[in-house]
Design a binder for this molecule. Sequence first.
Ligand code: ADP
Ligand code: MG
Length: 229
Amino acid sequence: MIALKNIEKYYDTKGVKSYILRHITTTIKQGEFVSIMGPSGAGKSTLLNVLGMLEDPTYGQYEFMGANVTSLNERKRMDLYRNHFGFVFQAYHLIDEMTVAENIEAPLLYKNVGSAERKSRVAEMLDRFQMVAKKDLFPNQLSGGQQQLVGIARAVVAQPTIILADEPTGNLQSIQALQIMDLFKKLNQEDGITIIQVTHSEANAAYGSRILHLLDGVIEEDVKVLTTS
Ligand code: ADP
Ligand code: MG
């Protein structure tokens, strides 16, 4: 599904290049659950942003579902982005002035999904994420864990092929983090959604099937997670 070939990203400051990503070459298959780990500043978020088409690499080739992303025109790239990607952020990025239900509905408005279909998909998400009773509350009336559930529901409602999550449990207590990881595992195993998450936690990474260790912009290690169950 994803092929990165010799991806490089650097910033040029007065002729001095500072590299953020170097020689990133890897493939990710549909249905994988990949965790990206590494110290702060290693380039994890940048790699995730490149994968999500939010940032362009300076050099190299990115292929997504057979399309050469680096040479796509803006409209085609936007189509890919809207039809396939869901994002989950550490700080949730919910809209404060909108209720839970409205936050979940928002991506469907961008995709021009009709009103009846929107209502039914939002209801399905509220039900699935056990947020029916909270649908008319605003984000600041929810715990962090509940806000992240809304963040994930908002990603899932658009029926993404792949979810990219940047430290999705970074602001959560461990019990809430467990709930979020269980949910990711279900979305991966039952819904077949490919998941790529950045995490600092070995325990979170163990939910996935593979770990990429990033150091100074380089993939230092690429290991399969051994499942015990
Ligand atoms: P991580 O998510 O692993 O902590 P990032 O991908 O956010 O790392 O950043 C990697 C490095 O790139 C950091 O050293 C950061 O300072 C640098 N960086 C990120 N964005 C820019 C930018 N716009 N200009 C210059 N350097 C940047
Ligand atoms: Mg980061």
